[in-house]
Design a protein around this ligand. Structure first.
Ligand code: KG4
Ligand code: ZN
Length: 337
């Protein structure tokens, strides 16, 4: 009987401590995520030093649970995959040190994974038939990229944000209108009761060539609007601001992605990263893809935000080619694609 590779994935690049067991790159046997959101909420955002400490406290238990949920022991694991960048350096080091210790002690291959390649691989888990080449919009708290996925291991960036990432803009606007952290899901919820046409916020970069983004001007436009309304003694509708801001972000992301897809003659378009959990973005991308005749894939919600199943999946395609990382692998907070 053929033995399919089983990979233990570990992720600790930001504020989720996660471990997962994935068979054959696509079949998730367990997916454990320990979120630090309640801790960081008190401070209105992720505090790096606290994140590292919380990862240390959680990681052993999270890995044990991932193995137990999969009904496996370390003996059943063929390789250890771990995010080694980009992300918060102290946070990355916790997962990476754990993975290196396990790989050494168990004498199993170590596979360092780029966090964004992990996000993209979430699509392989959600749709077992999804395969490259495709164009992927990667939208997270730290990144906003349009990436051409040439094959499982080769990517090139067509466009990226020049300043804030889309998720960062969601988080900053949420804080400004008093919704708190994490901003994305809270803006989405508030927007459900708001009018997306109530306030016309700018659509940065839309009348510009190329596939780059810029979200800091949009964030400033929201802050200016809030200040002006306050000075004039008007009450601001949180729901209308949320809905109008979300509509502006979604329009820019979708328009640029479609432009890149048309220009590069692709047949398939995917989305990934924490912001890809956004309902308005998913719906708008799906409708635009349908209009242009592109196949569309988006990860299931639990695989949009940080998790380790996506890391194990991305590592599978390296493992499959006989690749492995040195035990001297270091964390790289600014790792490029
Ligand atoms: O991918 P992720 O979990 O972590 C990073 O790699 O950065 O993304 C987190 C980001 C946060 O900025 C969060 O506000 C945003 O994803 N996010 C959302 C939604 N859920 C999470 N943004 C918009 N709508 C959502 N439903
Ligand atoms: Zn992420």
């Amino acid at each position: 009987m053929e033995k399919y590779p089983v990979i233990l994935g570990i992720e600790s690049s930001c504020d989720e401590t996660a471990a997962a067991v994935v068979k054959n790159g696509r079949q998730v046997l367990s997916n454990v995520i320990s979120s630090q959101v309640p801790v960081h909420t008190i401070f209105g955002g992720v505090v790096p030093e606290i994140a590292s400490r919380k990862h240390i406290e959680a990681i052993d238990g999270v890995i044990k649970k991932a193995l137990a949920d999969a009904g496996m022991t370390f003996d059943d694991i063929d390789a250890i995959a771990v995010t080694y960048g980009p992300g918060l350096v102290g946070a990355l080091l916790v997962g990476l040190s754990e993975a290196k210790a396990l790989a050494y002690a168990l004498n199993k291959p170590l596979l360092g994974v780029h966090h964004l390649k992990g996000h993209i691989a979430a699509n392989y888990i959600t749709d077992p038939d999804w395969e490259p080449p495709f164009l992927c919009l990667v939208v997270s708290g730290g990144h906003t990229h349009i990436i051409m996925v040439d094959d499982y291991r080769h990517y090139h960036i067509l466009g990226h944000t020049r300043d804030d990432a889309a998720g960062e803009a969601f988080d900053k606007v949420a804080r400004a209108i008093g919704l708190g952290y994490p901003g994305g899901p809270k803006i989405q919820k508030a927007a459900e009761n708001g009018n997306p046409d109530a306030i016309h916020f700018p659509r940065p970069c839309l009348d510009e060539e190329g596939y780059n983004f810029s979200f800091s001007g949009l964030k400033s436009a929201v802050l200016n609007y809030l200040n002006t309304e306050k000075m004039q003694g008007h009450t601001v509708s949180q729901a209308d601001v949320a809905a109008s801001f979300q509509a502006a972000v979604v329009e820019v992301l979708v328009t640029k992605t479609m432009q890149a897809a048309v220009d590069h003659h692709v047949k398939r378009v995917a989305v990934a990263g924490g912001v890809s959990a956004n309902k308005a973005l998913r719906q708008s991308l799906e409708a635009a893809c349908k209009k242009h005749g592109f196949e569309f894939c988006r990860p299931e919600i639990i695989l949009c935000t940080d998790n380790a199943a996506m890391i194990a999946s991305a590592a599978y395609y390296e493992y499959d080619k006989g690749e492995q990382s040195e035990l001297s692998l270091n964390a790289d907070p600014n790792l490029t694609l």
